[in-house]
Design a protein around this ligand. Structure first.
Ligand code: C2O
Length: 549
C-alpha cells in the first residue's frame, strides 16, 4: 500500500437549506464533507485542524484500527477532543478491508454536519466479486436541522425530555423537491441507458433508520458495512444509521423519456415525535442524441412505494436475506466455539429526576437509556489513556454486568427500566477471547429497534428473533456457516439479536446505539481488550500529538 495524506480544516461554513441560512461546523467548508478514497493496505494520515470553538474528534466508522486504537476517534473513549487551535493526525492502515464506510464527528451531535464518505478500493488487480460497474456513486443520507443540533441536544438533556426532531432528511446534503424551497436543492444522478451503476449508500442520519427505493429499478445488494454478501435483489432496502449498503442498479435500455424518484423515509416503531418526511433525489436518463428537450425540467412521474412507517415484518425479512459471501477468497471466519457469553438488555427507560430539576419526561421523570440497566456516564479523560497508563482509578470500573441486573419478561410483566443506574463500567477481555453477545430490546416506552455499533471489530450476526431470547432453544438455530458480518446491527424491535466476534484487537472499544439521541441518553458501553503476549498483539504506543483533556 501507499501513504495518503488528507487535511481536514474544521471551520464554520454558511449553508442554506429549506429557505434557512445558518452557519454550520464543516470540514474544509464542504457539506457533506470531503470523500476519502484509499485502497486496502494503504496508510492514511489525516491531519485534523480545529478552527472552531466546539471541541471535536473524528471517527473512521467501520475501520478496524488494528492496534491503532488511538486513531479511532470517539471523544473521551480513545482520545481527548481536539480543542480550538489544536490539531491531531489520525494515523492508521487499512488492513483486510475494502468497501464503503464513512467518517463522522464523534462528540455530542456534531456529526449532524460533520460527515463524509470513505471508499476503500480493493488492492490493485483484485476485482470485485461481481461484474465491474460502469460508474460508482456515493449516496449519503443525512438529517438537516434548522436549529443548531448542539442546542437541540443540550436543551433536551437539561429538561429530561425528547429533543426537537430534524426538519428534513437529505441525500448528499440535499433535501429534494418534496420539501419547501428545495427543488433546486435536489441530488440528481445522471445516467446513461443500459449500464450498471454501483451505488454506495451510507446512512449518516442522526436518529433515523431509513427505507430506500428507486422507482422502477431493482436493487441488487452486493455489500454491507464493507463486507461482500451473497447478492440478492430487492425493490426496497432498510439502512440504519451507521450502516452502509452497496447496490447495483441496471439502467433501462433505450432512452426512457422519464425521470425516476429515489426516495427515503424513516422506519420507526417507538413512541414520541420524529420527522416523518421523505427525501427525494432524481435518477435522470441522458437525453437521446440530437433531442431538443431534456427531461430535467419536470418532476419525475414515478415514485417508489415505501413500506409503512412501522413495518417490522419488512425489517426482519430484509435482515434475514443478508448472508456473507463466504467464498474461498472472502471466507466467513465465524468463531465456532465461545469463550464468554454475554446477555445485554438495550433500551429506553426513565430515571428519577434530580432535586430542583423539572423534568419533562413521563410522570416527571427524565428519559434515560441503558445497557443492562447501566446508563453509561462519559468520563472526563479518555478511557484508552487511562487504560494504557494504568490509571483507571476514578475513571472507569471493570465491572460491567454480563447479564441484566433487573429481570424482564416480554410475555409477562413489562420490563422495568425505571431505575437505571449511572456508571462508567467496562468489560475487560483477555486477548483473542471469542465473545457471544445477545442483545435484547427492552424499552418500556414501546419496543424500538436499536442500531448497535461496535468499534474496532466486525461481528457475525448469528441469530435474531422476537420476544425473550431463550438460552435453551435459540442457540440451536444459529447460523455458524455464512452469517452476515458487519459493524452495526439493528436489535429487532421487541426482540433480540446474537452476535459473535473475536477480541483480536487490543484497545478500548466503544459500543453504542447509533441513534444519537439514545447515545446521549446513555445507551453505550465499552470493551477493553488486553494485549496479547506476542509483540504484534499489543496496542501501539500513543502518538506524540494525542490531544490532552
Ligand atoms: Cu459511527 Cu461510535 O460511531
Amino acid at each position: 500500500g501507499i501513504t495518503r495524506h488528507y487535511k481536514f480544516d474544521i471551520k464554520l461554513h454558511n449553508v442554506t437549506r429549506l429557505c434557512h441560512t445558518k452557519s454550520i461546523v464543516s470540514v474544509n467548508g464542504q457539506f457533506p464533507g470531503p470523500r476519502i478514497v484509499a485502497r486496502e493496505g494503504d496508510q492514511l494520515l489525516i491531519k485534523v485542524v480545529n478552527h472552531v470553538s466546539n471541541n471535536i474528534s473524528i471517527h473512521w466508522h467501520g475501520i478496524r484500527q488494528l492496534r491503532s486504537g488511538w486513531a479511532d476517534g470517539p471523544a473521551y473513549v480513545t482520545q481527548c477532543p481536539i480543542q480550538k487551535g489544536q490539531s491531531y493526525v489520525y494515523n492508521f492502515t487499512i488492513v483486510g478491508q475494502r468497501g464503503t464506510l464513512f467518517w463522522h464527528a464523534h462528540i455530542s451531535w456534531l456529526r449532524a454536519t460533520v460527515y463524509g464518505p470513505m471508499v476503500i478500493l480493493p488492492k490493485h488487480g483484485v476485482p470485485y466479486p461481481f461484474a465491474k460497474p460502469y460508474k460508482e456513486v456515493p449516496i449519503i443520507f443525512g438529517e438537516w436541522f434548522n436549529a443548531d443540533p448542539e442546542e437541540v441536544i443540550s436543551q433536551a438533556l437539561q429538561t429530561g425530555g425528547g429533543p426537537n426532531v430534524s426538519d428534513a432528511y437529505t441525500i448528499n446534503g440535499l433535501p429534494g423537491p418534496l420539501y419547501k424551497c428545495s427543488t433546486e436543492d435536489t441530488f440528481k444522478l445522471k445516467v446513461k441507458p443500459g449500464k450498471t451503476y454501483l451505488l454506495r449508500l451510507i446512512n449518516a442520519a442522526l436518529n433515523d433508520e431509513l427505507f430506500f427505493s428507486i422507482a422502477n429499478h431493482t436493487l441488487t445488494v452486493v455489500e454491507v458495512d464493507a463486507i461482500y454478501v451473497k447478492p440478492f435483489e430487492t425493490e426496497t432496502l432498510l439502512i440504519t444509521p451507521g450502516q452502509t449498503t452497496n447496490v447495483l442498479i441496471k439502467t433501462k435500455p433505450g432512452y426512457p423519456s422519464a425521470t425516476f424518484f429515489m426516495t427515503a423515509r424513516p422506519y420507526v416503531t417507538g413512541q414520541g415525535t420524529f420527522d416523518n418526511s421523505t427525501v427525494a433525489a432524481i435518477l435522470e436518463y441522458e437525453s437521446p442524441p440530437n433531442s431538443v428537450h431534456s427531461s430535467s425540467s419536470m418532476l419525475p412521474l414515478f415514485k417508489p412505494i415505501l413500506p409503512a412507517l412501522n413495518d417490522t415484518f419488512f425489517a426482519t425479512n430484509f435482515a434475514s436475506k443478508l448472508c456473507s459471501l463466504a467464498s474461498a477468497q472472502f471466507p466467513a471466519n465465524v468463531p465456532q466455539k465461545v469463550d464468554k457469553h454475554f446477555l445485554f438488555t438495550v433500551g429506553l427507560g426513565t430515571s428519577p429526576c434530580q432535586q430542583n430539576q423539572t423534568c419533562q419526561g413521563p410522570n416527571g421523570t427524565k428519559l434515560a437509556a441503558s445497557v443492562n440497566n447501566v446508563s453509561f456516564a462519559m468520563p472526563t479523560t479518555a478511557l484508552l489513556q487511562a487504560h494504557f497508563f494504568g490509571q483507571s482509578n476514578g475513571v472507569y470500573t471493570p465491572d460491567f454486568p454480563s447479564s441484566p441486573i433487573i429481570p424482564f419478561n416480554y410475555a409477562g410483566i413489562p420490563p422495568n427500566n425505571t431505575m437505571v443506574g449511572n456508571g462508567t463500567k467496562v468489560v475487560v477481555l483477555p486477548f483473542n477471547t471469542t465473545v457471544e453477545l445477545v442483545m435484547q430490546d427492552t424499552s418500556i416506552l414501546g419496543a424500538e429497534s436499536h442500531p448497535l455499533h461496535l468499534h474496532g471489530f466486525n461481528f457475525f450476526v448469528v441469530g435474531q428473533g422476537f420476544g425473550n431470547f431463550d438460552t435453551n432453544k435459540d442457540p440451536a438455530k444459529f447460523n455458524l456457516v455464512d452469517p452476515i458480518e458487519r459493524n452495526t446491527v439493528g436489535v429487532p424491535s421487541g426482540g433480540w439479536v446474537a452476535i459473535r466476534f473475536q477480541a483480536d484487537n487490543p484497545g478500548v472499544w466503544f459500543m453504542h446505539c447509533h441513534l444519537e439521541v439514545h447515545t446521549s441518553w446513555g445507551l453505550k458501553m465499552a470493551w477493553i481488550v488486553l494485549d496479547g503476549k506476542l509483540p504484534n498483539q499489543k496496542l501501539l504506543p500513543p502518538p506524540a500529538d494525542l490531544p490532552k483533556c
